[in-house]
Design a protein around this ligand. Sequence first.
Ligand code: SF4
Length: 406
Amino acid sequence: MDLAAFEKRIESGGRLEADEALWLYRNAPTYWLGRMADGVRRRKHPDNLVTYIIDRNVNYTNVCVARCNFCAFYREVGADGGYVLGFEEIFKKIEETQALGGVQLLMQGGHNPDLPLAWYEDLFRAVKTRFPDFKLHALSPPEVLHISRMSKLSPREVIDRLIAAGLDSVPGGGAEILVDRVRKLLNCFNKASADEWLDVMRHAHQAGLRTTATMMYGTVETDEERLEHMLRLRALQDETGGFTAFIAWSYQPEHTERGGNEATGIEYLRTLAIARLVLDNFDNLQASWVTQGGKVGQLSLAFGANDMGSVMIEENVVRAAGASYCMDEVEIVRNVEDAGFAAKRRNMHYDILGDPYFREHEIARMLELSTAREAGDTSVPAELVNYPARSAAGKKQRSGPASPVS
Ligand code: SF4
């Protein structure tokens, strides 16, 4: 295959086929992939802006029955260290987020058998009552499927109920690699097959929501399977146009059952660049600085990324697997501007909200990402007794009087 011919095609907006993308991913020089991806990024974003969002990753529970073997975050039902956040704790996190200029929560959690659909609906309604303009980017497709199975409602019905309660957007988590051979090896096939993940996103898009798409690479998948993942996302995007952005990150192995090594920085940049070339119908690619660190995160802006993702404020999942990079808004903006771009705040739809918040407001520097809970906090939220538990441990914990839901 001929790089000059590819260059011509990519520059004229032509589409790459699977075998071509695979050849480039394996054989093209890294600088060439970066130059091509940067060219596509420039054509899609000629304004020289790099965006980011101020939000907070809140993991409402770490209790999970899925047991993915790449995950260091979850606790089994009834195990020490398992938690469910209370509504008041979540409200407090929203207030702290707003004080830093934040506009949404990214809310994801474990597949907790003791949280029925009504818990999510009550929480979303309570958030919207207290914080009407605040957005909920919440519940990845496997969580929607988990709720659907527990409630015996279809994923479409669950999405409709959640939208009625206040859901604004669905995060693209739980995609890992959208190939069932890989999903079986990672023990995440039962939580969602590739088709099921894509179907939830299809329903969400048809219901009018915009969502993101992710890829976790670097476990057992082949190069072909990474490309298959991207091509399946590209096909759904052709069909619905509902994805706002694509985010790739490397598997974080520490403390996981699977173990192994993490992919290198060059592998990340090559993967990001080929994603920019393959996902020609995605407008936005995020830099995953939280897994790659600030320096590779900044370099991502020369390899196809146009967005620095989230300021984050809080992170629990990749930290559990050993990655603990922190960049507050000041640091993100410094990296963006030093790379030659103007930094702008955005919302979940990638509408520009304005200039960096810290330039217009007094805010505290954030030198460490917050966690879901202080270490050693084993408190049980009062309102949980309102919701029927399914597990023996949950039933025992909830045998008390019901509390009013605010
Ligand atoms: S990745 Fe999510 S679904 Fe899988 S074990 Fe961890 S918390 Fe559960």
